[in-house]
Design a protein around this ligand. Structure first.
Ligand code: NAP
Length: 339
């Protein structure tokens, strides 16, 4: 049996952020590591995920996921290796996906762990292209937006984990045109030159409405919203009759301290008979087998590309999260603990 470490470090939320989170809202704390009790496994985390939805969990409000408790370790997606097991079906050396990230070692109830195979795909991809963000893209495009061949698709946050996959999935399934927006010229270049988007623009370079009009002169049929605000208003203007929008995220307003005004052009929804519908990935886990088969196939064939921005070391966890909110990432933002 592997000798267990005496202690493990975990990031705690110690104050609820008002507006942009500050590094002082978090603390890296050490606690003793114990052998797992019956039905549990001890996992050495190798990668954990930082995700935009975690910003919402830092507020003390009722939502579809409970808020983080103060002075407790935060949680979220993680992959790691089992270092001790008191659970049937799990052995030392197994790799697992589970929900106790933001820490070095996790004491996980075995029923909340899923075995993953590093031979099939790199472990970190189970947090990204083959994981929760990937399924969000898949479900939000094919189910929520009822995407069909020939649709022109616009996706915001296009160089992020969800957005980069949405655009490529739409192309693979026969979109007539795929347009993306992102926050830097470098990201825009990546979308067009490497991921095969038909057009992309930097939303910081001018009004979204004008740049979208130019990129999609014949309008769009589907809008996949990761951003909200000005992007949503522009998309409503560009959507064609019977257009559909998947409302997946509104990252532009996650750090706002006052409610923001809605799009000013909502009346267009009537004449154009638009459908705007929210998506929550948790409603779509039934799609998982189809998602893994289809997306796994495109990954193996190289038709679907992905990128990860990996930050090394538990100490970097909060910086990685803050960087994600600022747009430091291209593709999935991951914290790796592999050294
Ligand atoms: N509904 C669900 O079930 C579900 C599940 C997963 C994710 N989501 C949502 O999907 C969205 C994308 O998530 P993700 O995990 O793929 O994150 P991500 O796109 O990989 O990372 C967040 C990105 O947001 C962009 N951003 C930050 N502030 C912005 C602003 N003011 N305006 C425009 N873009 C801004 C940044 O890129 P730029 O450099 O381009 O600004 C940043 O890289 C988020 O809104 C998230 O909450 C929803």
């Amino acid at each position: 049996m592997t000798a267990l470490p005496a202690t493990s470090r975990a990031w705690h939320l110690v104050a609820r952020p008002h507006g942009w989170p500050a590094p002082t809202d978090f603390a890296l704390r050490e606690s003793p590591v114990e052998a797992p009790a019956e039905g549990r496994i001890l996992v050495r985390n190798l990668h954990f995920s930082v995700d935009p939805y975690m910003r919402g969990r830092m507020n003390d409000v009722k939502s579809y996921v409970p808020p983080f408790e103060l002075d407790r370790p935060m949680d979220g997606g993680a992959v790691g290796v089992v270092v001790a097991s008191s659970a049937e079906g799990f052995a030392e050396g197994d790799h697992v996906l589970h929900g106790l990230g933001w820490r070095e070692y996790a004491d996980v109830p075995a029923r909340h762990a899923t075995k993953v195979d590093p031979e099939v795909a790199p472990l970190s991809t189970y947090l990204g292209v083959l994981g929760m963000p990937g399924l969000t893209a898949y479900a939000g495009l094919f189910e929520t937006a009822s995407f069909k061949e020939g649709d022109a698709v616009f996706v915001s946050g296009a160089a992020g984990a969800v957005g980069s996959q949405v655009g490529q999935l739409a192309k693979l399934k026969g979109a007539s045109r795929v347009i993306g927006s992102a926050g830097s010229d470098e990201k825009v270049k990546w979308l067009v030159e490497e991921l095969g988007f038909d057009a992309a623009f930097n939303y910081r370079n001018g009004p979204v409405k004008d740049q979208l009009r130019e990129a999609a002169p014949d309008g769009i049929d589907v809008y996949f919203d990761n951003v909200g605000g000005e992007h949503l208003e522009a998309a409503i203007s560009s959507l064609n009759v019977h257009g559909r929008a998947t409302i997946c995220g509104m990252i532009a307003q996650y750090n706002d301290t006052e409610p923001v005004p809605g799009p000013r052009n909502m009346a267009l929804i009537i004449g154009k008979r638009l459908r705007l519908q929210g998506v929550l990935v948790g409603d779509h886990y039934g799609l998982q087998p189809r998602f893994v088969e289809e997306v796994g196939g495109w990954l193996r064939s190289g038709e679907l590309k992905y990128r990860e921005t990996s930050v090394e070391g538990i100490e970097s966890g909060v910086d990685a999260f803050l960087g994600l909110l600022r747009g430091d990432n291209t593709g999935k933002m991951i914290v790796s603990l592999t050294r």
